[in-house]
Design a protein around this ligand. Sequence first.
Ligand code: DGL
Length: 269
Amino acid sequence: MIGIFDSGFGGLTIYKSIEKALPQYDYVYLGDNARAPYGNRSQEVIYEYAQQAVDFLFNQGCDLVILACNTTSAEALQKLQKEYLPKKYPNKNVLGVIRPLVEEAAIATKKKIVAVMGTRSTVESKSYIRELQKQDSKIKVVQQACPLLVPLIEENWEKRPETKMILKKYIRPLKNYQPDTVILGCTHYGWLQKDIQNYFGKRIKVLDSGKIVSDKLVIYLQKHPQFAQNAMVMPPKRIFFTTESNTRFEASAQKYIGRKIQAKTIELI
Ligand code: DGL
């Protein structure tokens, strides 16, 4: 069974791509909606929440957990992999979304200028800068924190003129650096992919995060089959947990994955 964790709904976009690419596995999704958004929280708090989520998902029977949240991947993944798993779960693993996106961006950029849009925590963590420069030290990374976008998307305001105006304000300084590749370093921004692509222009490549993460997971599981076994019972399990109201989660989840699901409310401690 594979666990997928996000601070809330955004990770469902990643879940949707993974489920499509690898339908044969059982999945458990956990959204910490009660404590979302994580994007403006401190590293210590994000790490603590991520640790609780990982404990919960491993206790559900997962051998592998995907942190389908850029903020958590930026602030908690390394510490989980280096310090927590070896001690507590030596046979399990946790993966994030930053590495797959960075690998793809390093291939895509010809001018070696990559723009990254993300939450405040992700941008301040400088994780994208570090990881991109590990791929190629010549890559110049320009970042923009876009803290207003997550709440606007959660309110279904993607198409409103106010959102378009804010988006343009965020993109303008990035465009001045003339990047040729853009990473949407936040699960929610995929909802604005078309507008973002339009504002940057056709010649700039805006990467599709869900597709990239799921393609890389397919390759990872070919190399590490011990982390996921085909479902024993058909249809495979699709279990959804939230720390907020399950009915609210169910209603919003439909927007993200395009079908009705049932969710259970849990408390993370
Ligand atoms: N899932 C978060 C991310 O990808 C966005 C929402 C939040 O701030 O919690 O960074």
